[in-house]
Design a protein around this ligand. Structure first.
Ligand code: PHE
Length: 338
């Protein structure tokens, strides 16, 4: 047994020496160390030895097996290292090559203004809410104190889907949806897309608005004035002159429109402000008691103000853009300027 083991070791070493490739080393490995290999069959024969010889013979076989394993692993690692080195020397990176330019996109001017408005109102503790663009007549009109046949429905050329369903003409229905689901105190803005049947240099059938409202015990018109003045100063600059004009909306009473001093001519009168020196920028007012009743708030207990503004118009004034349609043509030469 001892002799056979020694012969076997020598043979294996000789065969390894003669192996010049990874494959031939693997063949030697299988021949001696495999499950049906030479070492395995020696181990199997141990049982036929007299018991007192078994232990030493077993130890000798295991020792030989371990040595052989070590030798083979060393050889295999040598081949692998060589392969790796060859691969690396072929894969040289030329660090003098110029990099590929990645063209960066940027936010659409409407999105930029929207984000800025959201940031200002978030800073004042307002939440952001959303509502559906395909809306029920009830939320877009009825609950906003605009019953069927109300003449003010004509102000908003509506896309109807059927008698009860339409594309929302303003973001005001979100007021109703939020108030139905929550209790005052509420401070919320609702940005989104709105639709009207209108198309010329100053109107597109789809545009964007931001609605805002605040409801609590004791909210007054001076809260409305304070918040909106602060908002417009943040948006257009501290020195922007602002004026409040009486107006009418069915869902607010009293109602106001808010103008800023024309950003183009600074008030001397130009084409953009039609010579008046002022630009209308916001619709607003105290939420009408009928609207509060529609969402089951007690108008004796709670009051609130609401406002709405068009984003495209603000983006036009902020960036000095004179044609609304540019926003929707997606001409990269235009979009890259912002
Ligand atoms: N919803 C009005 C519009 O689209 C704007 C508005 C909102 C006015 C809230 C007053 C209060 O013209």
């Amino acid at each position: 047994m001892r002799e056979r083991l020694e012969n076997l070791q020598q043979e294996a070493l000789k065969e390894l020496e003669g192996s010049s490739t990874k494959e031939s080393v693997l063949q030697v490995k299988a021949k001696y160390l495999g499950r049906k290999g030479e070492i395995a069959s020696l181990l199997k024969e141990l049982g036929s030895l007299p018991p007192e010889e078994r232990k030493t013979a077993g130890e000798a076989i295991n020792l030989a097996k371990n040595r052989l394993e070590e030798d083979i692993e060393k050889l295999l690692k040598g081949f692998e290292d060589k392969e790796k080195a060859e691969k690396l020397s072929k894969e040289k990176v030329d660090i003098t090559l110029p990099g590929r330019t990645i063209s960066l996109g940027r936010a659409h001017p409407v999105s930029q203004v929207m984000a800025q408005i959201e940031e200002i109102f978030s800073g004042l503790g307002f939440d952001i809410a959303e509502g559906p663009e395909v809306e029920l007549d009830y939320y877009n009109f009825e609950a906003l104190n605009l019953p069927k046949n109300h003449p003010a429905r004509d102000m908003q050329d509506t896309f109807y889907i059927n008698d009860e369903v339409l594309l929302r003409t303003h973001t005001s229905p979100v007021q109703i949806r939020v108030m139905e689901n929550r209790k005052p105190p509420l401070r919320v803005i609702a940005p989104g897309t709105v639709y009207r049947r209108d198309s010329d240099i100053t109107h597109t059938p789809m545009f964007h608005q931001v609605e805002g409202f605040m409801v609590d015990k004791g909210v007054t018109f001076s809260n409305l004035k304070g918040i909106l003045t602060l908002f417009l100063h943040r948006l257009f600059g501290e020195n922007t002159a602002i004026r409040f004009r009486p107006s009418f909306f069915p869902f607010t009473e009293p109602s106001a429109e808010i103008d800023i001093r024309c950003v183009i001519c600074k008030g001397s009168g130009c084409r953009v402000c039609k010579g008046s020196g002022w630009l209308e920028i916001l619709g607003a007012g105290m939420i009408h008691p009928e609207v509060l009743k529609a969402v089951k708030y007690d108008p004796e207990e709670y009051t609130g103000f609401a406002f709405g503004l068009g984003i495209e118009r603000i983006a036009m004034l902020k960036f000095g853009i004179d044609d609304l349609r540019l926003f929707f043509e997606n001409d990269l030469r235009f979009l890259r300027q912002f």
